[in-house]
Design a protein around this ligand. Structure first.
Ligand code: SF4
Ligand code: SF4
Length: 55
């Protein structure tokens, strides 16, 4: 399963993208999104998000 970013909550800080080992988190306009094909569900991004937008 790939992680998902709630675009309503995401503030576009990029903290999650900075720690993703597979570069699965990419900009989508002002917010970030997870490329499901690249995400290996390592969970590293989740703890980085200050607004709990990643699940
Ligand atoms: S769970 Fe891991 S691989 Fe998937 S988006 Fe988050 S940091 Fe990247
Ligand atoms: S860490 Fe959270 S708020 Fe920041 S870009 Fe990632 S999902 Fe959005």
């Amino acid at each position: 399963m790939a992680k998902k970013i709630d675009s309503e909550l995401c503030v576009g800080c990029g903290a999650c993208a900075a720690v993703c080992p597979t570069e699965a988190i990419v900009l989508d306009g002002p917010k970030y999104k997870v490329d499901e094909d690249k995400c290996i569900d390592c969970g590293s991004c989740e703890g980085q998000c200050a607004v709990n937008a990643i699940s």
